[in-house]
Design a protein around this ligand. Structure first.
Ligand code: HEM
Length: 239
């Protein structure tokens, strides 16, 4: 605990913690999207089996979830402390915001990281509450899981949720914010780790932007895909 408190008391330490926790959270988001790709199939068996397999890891999955909560908290706390330091050092905010150009990469997303981060944080709480702790086997959301026996029909819950236009719109909005957040985060994280050799700047910036776009679009297309039942529509068009 002491080294953590020490790290959080210096600005370099806070930046490092923010970048490291952000990197790990980025890894989780990639894995989460890969698992959720099964939702692009109209038949929910693959997705339900995937969720049941994760569940079957028992204590390992609980340890991973606790690690994830710690990462989210570290990321949010270090970001807020850095923002407070920044405001403390410069009490009057600029009346006109101007990009320094070049390597500063000041964009709408970079200037509003704390806002997009706050919205994503609130989203994750509501999201986990509604899906992970939403109706399950006792409420009749059951499916046949082969060797797993009777499993939770998580696919049905997701599909029902994504037939509500308000939920779909909220997801699309948050996934766009997530894209903006990741766009700047990748770049800023590299700078925190001192990995910004001018020779590779353009390539790394491009890579970060592609990473953000793929993740944002990959996630936001799921509610749209389900809402418009695109797998049936597209299959019908092909036949
Ligand atoms: C369309 C986009 C998304 C869909 C369809 C989706 C779907 C799901 C589902 C179904 C669960 C419950 C899994 C289970 O109970 O086994 C879940 C859990 C979770 N999701 Fe998402 N998710 C999406 C986007 C996101 C994003 C963008 C984040 C983070 C920024 C996120 C963070 C989480 C977390 C932290 C959990 C809890 C994991 C656990 O405790 O095992 N999700 N998601």
């Amino acid at each position: 605990m002491i080294p953590l408190r020490k790290a959080l008391s210096s600005s370099v330490g806070k930046k490092f913690i923010m970048a490291f926790s952000g990197l790990c959270l980025g890894g989780f988001i990639v894995v989460h999207l890969l698992g959720n790709l099964a939702l692009y199939r109209a038949d929910g068996a693959a997705f339900n089996l995937y969720a049941a397999t994760l569940e079957s890891f028992g204590k390992f999955i609980i340890a991973a979830e606790l690690g994830l909560i710690a990462l989210f908290l570290l990321h949010a706390i270090s970001a807020m402390l850095l923002k407070l330091n920044h405001w403390g050092a410069r009490p009057e905010r600029y009346s006109v915001v101007k990009s320094k150009g070049g390597e500063s990469k000041s964009t709408l997303a970079s200037r509003n990281m704390i806002i997009s981060g706050g919205v994503i944080f609130a989203f994750v709480i509501l999201h986990v509450w509604s899906f992970k702790y939403g109706p399950g086997i006792t409420e009749g959301y059951t499916a046949a899981g082969g060797a797993h026996g009777e499993i939770r029909d998580l696919h049905r819950l997701v599909v029902e949720s994504f037939h509500n236009p308000l939920i779909v719109s909220a997801y699309v909005f948050v996934m766009l914010l997530l894209g903006g957040h990741l766009w700047h985060a990748f770049w800023s994280g590299l700078q925190s780790f001192g990995l910004t050799n001018p020779r590779y700047t353009k390539g790394l910036y491009c890579l970060g932007s592609m990473f953000a776009v793929v993740l944002s679009v990959g996630f936001l297309m799921i509610p749209i895909w389900i809402f418009f039942d695109l797998s049936t529509v597209l299959l019908g068009a092909i036949k």
